[in-house]
Design a protein around this ligand. Structure first.
Ligand code: ADP
Length: 507
């Protein structure tokens, strides 16, 4: 045994005595200058199996001579530490190792062996790959995003510096944003310097405080328009500002507001015209009716006078059909037309009054209202032997006198449009749907054919005006009242079976 062998032996004894190389989390092996393996700790044995006494190139690589890339060989050549990464198939799939070889020297500084540490870096490698993959995905998301993105990072001198952007940012701002890289936010976007934006971005980058704006408007031509901005931290010291140009949307909203206001004015004007015309048309109508009646009285006088007058029979025969048939018939048509026109004018008048009526919105005890309405129809219901059934209904918000009018109309109709084929039955029920109370008046009456179901809400629309007395106004008025309450009215009906009228009100 020579000096070198002795030194190695001493070192190995020390290593084994203290177990120091067992405590390290890496695999450790020592090879002498002939590449003979003279020591392996347990982890190393677990990695490659136990090969003490064997030659490393034979044991690990199944070769007859030392490998070209062997880090231990390089250590023997230049006396320096060498590191390399290798992959090897294992039971868990491909594993990655980092191999570091260092010289082991004797007292005189001579290299007497190579010490090799092997570290399993599979998890690190996988995490690295996952990071690369997620960064690639992030880049794809950033590029595909319809929202513009500006990235910033805080520099050590406390400057917030532009570090990148996406394609959408270029499209939205109409410039190549890469020109701003390396500039501070104030240098890149002077119009922002005086605003709260730099401070918000700083807070996002340094303290992770997200900032979300509903709308932020700039007048400056570089960034003119209305934007929605969401700024948030991506990692400490870094942040992203996502923004969307909502100028067009805002313009459209403004235009819509203007149109709605205009529509409101036009509606008011229309209601005014309707009111004035229907109101003013009634006075000549009263004259027509009054003078019509006068004519009837005069005609009666005329008839009596002619009957008693000494008029030749041939003339009486000529006059009688005129004064007893033709004139009374014409007067009858005048009378019915007047009363029809009067009814129409009253309808228009009441509709035009609705728009001017000041609503008083309260929570309405709908159970009480429904039973009052049923009670007020009791006489008719009993007379026609109609069964009524009122379930518990939720309360709703509205003007109680107008809502009463709606449900009274609906009950009137349910009573009016019964089917002679079967005993009438009316069911009133209700339920809550999100923030709406919905009520249903159901009858088993004549029903409404599908093609008429929309039309019945139009003014003066009656399906059988001659058979059943009505004005064709009830549903139009109900529709208008509910419109003003942010409510709705709709119908589901089957001809010959019955109808269900639904009303919704804010709950
Ligand atoms: P009116 O009942 O005075 O004619 P409405 O506006 O209340 O006017 O109703 C319009 C039309 O809708 C009625 O003429 C009728 O043809 C139809 N209608 C309304 N309610 C019912 C119902 N419950 N069953 C069948 N038809 C109905």
């Amino acid at each position: 045994m020579n000096d070198t062998d002795n030194t190695i032996k001493t070192i190995l004894n020390k290593i084994e005595d203290h177990g120091i190389l067992e405590a390290i989390g890496d695999g450790i092996s020592i090879q002498d200058r002939n590449y003979r393996i003279i020591y392996q700790n347990q982890i190393h044995k677990d990695f490659v199996g136990e090969h003490i006494g064997g030659y490393c190139y034979k044991a690990y690589e199944k070769r007859e001579s030392v490998c070209d890339a062997c880090p231990v060989a390089r250590v023997f050549q230049d006396g320096k530490t060498h590191t390399e990464q290798r992959s090897a198939p294992t039971e868990q799939g491909l594993s990655y190792f980092e191999i570091t070889a260092s010289p082991l020297k004797d007292m005189k500084g001579q290299i007497i062996a190579g010490i090799e540490s092997v570290r399993d870096i599979t998890n690190n490698k996988k995490a690295e790959e996952a990071l690369i993959e997620s960064e690639a995905k992030f880049r794809n998301v950033v590029e595909a995003s319809p929202m513009g993105m500006h990235m910033y990072q805080m520099e050590s001198d406390d400057r917030l510096v532009f570090s990148g952007s996406n394609r959408a940012a270029d499209q939205i701002l109409g410039v190549d944003n890469s020109q701003f890289i390396g500039k501070t936010i104030e240098e890149a976007f002077p119009p922002l310097a005086a605003s709260e934006v730099p401070e918000r971005y700083r807070c996002a980058a340094t303290q992770g405080e997200s900032w979300f704006t509903e709308q932020i408007t700039y007048e400056h031509e570089q960034i003119a328009g209305a934007y929605l901005v969401h700024a948030f931290q991506t990692e400490p010291g870094k942040m992203v500002a996502m923004f969307l140009d909502i100028t067009e949307k805002k313009k459209a909203e403004k235009e819509q507001k203007r149109l709605t206001a205009e529509l409101l004015i036009k509606n008011k004007e229309l209601e005014q015209v309707l009111y004035v015309t229907s109101h003013d048309l009634r006075s000549p109508l009263v004259n027509v009716e009054g003078y019509g009646r006068e004519l009837e009285y005069s005609l009666k006088d005329l008839m009596i006078s002619i009957d008693h007058a000494d008029v030749p029979t041939s003339i009486k025969d000529k006059i009688n059909p005129i004064i007893k048939e033709e004139i009374p018939e014409s007067l009858h048509y005048i009378r019915t037309s007047v009363s029809k026109m009067d009814m129409l004018l009253r309808g228009i008048l009441s509709l035009s009054r609705l728009g001017r009526y000041e609503l008083t919105i309260d929570e309405i005890d709908m159970n009480a209202m429904m039973s009052d309405i049923v009670d007020s129809h009791r006489f008719k219901l009993n007379e026609l032997n109609i069964k009524t059934d009122v379930s518990n209904v939720p309360n709703g918000k509205g003007d109680s006198s107008q809502i009463n009018q709606v449900f009274s109309n609906l009950l009137d109709n349910a009573v009016k449009y019964t089917d002679a084929e079967r005993p009438g039955a009316i069911h009133i029920s209700g339920y809550t749907d999100k923030n709406q109370s919905v009520y249903c008046i159901e009858d088993n009456g004549i029903g409404i054919s599908p093609e008429h179901q929309e039309k019945i809400f139009e003014i003066f629309h009656q399906l059988e005006p001659d058979r059943i007395k009505g004005e064709g106004m009830g549903l139009t008025i109900a529709h208008r009242i509910l419109e003003r309450h942010n409510g709705k009215i709709w119908v589901k009906s089957e001809l010959g079976k019955g109808s269900r009228f639904f009303v919704s009100l804010p709950s």
